[in-house]
Structures are given as C-alpha cells and as structure tokens.
Design a protein around this ligand. Structure first.
Ligand SMILES: [Zn+2]
Length: 96
C-alpha cells in the first residue's frame, strides 16, 4: 500500500497505470504492478512439497511457503487469518 505522508493521517494512494496517485494533492509515486502467483489447496494436498521444485523452476520469482508465518500469527490456538493475509501481502509488496 502506498500513502501520501503530506496528510495526517496519511492518505491511501489510488492505483493508476504504473503509479499511485493521491486524490487530495495529486502526489504520485512509482507503483508498478507485477503478477503475484499463489498456489492454494487443502491442507496436505502437497503445496509445501512443490516449494523447492517450484523455486528451482521459477528462478526469476521469489517463492514462499505461507506456513512460515503460521506460528507467529497463531494466538491461543487460532490463526488471525486477516492479519496473516495482510502480513503476506505486505511481504509480497515489499519484495515487488
Ligand atoms: Zn497527497
């Protein structure tokens, strides 16, 4: 997510082509959109098993196993799924 820091609180920038634009002041900053590939499936279906082959095949991509954040995002036996999703999207955004 991109923000215009000229306002308090900061304003979320809107995507427009390859930039992000502040609706209040017109500030723009580069915000290229790259594809994000997500492998999904039921527990035990083999997502983690294909991690290494996928990483080897897609050398130009950054490959993660989302389970890496399960433990830190688990509290009292339940996963904070919305926070879990947001954390991974933030990681993907930072990598991009
Ligand atoms: Zn602005």
């Amino acid at each position: 997510m991109h923000y215009c820091q000229r306002w308090e609180p900061a304003v979320t920038l809107d995507p427009s082509a390859d930039v992000a634009v502040c609706a209040r002041c017109g500030w723009t900053e580069p915000a290229r959109r790259e594809p994000l590939y997500v492998v999904t499936g039921a527990s035990g279906s083999g997502k983690s098993a294909i991690l290494a082959p996928l990483a080897a095949t897609l050398a130009e991509c950054v490959v993660f196993d989302v389970d890496w954040l399960i433990d830190p995002m688990t509290s009292g036996g339940s996963v904070a799924w919305a926070a879990f999703r947001d954390a991974w999207l933030s990681v993907a955004h930072g990598i991009a």
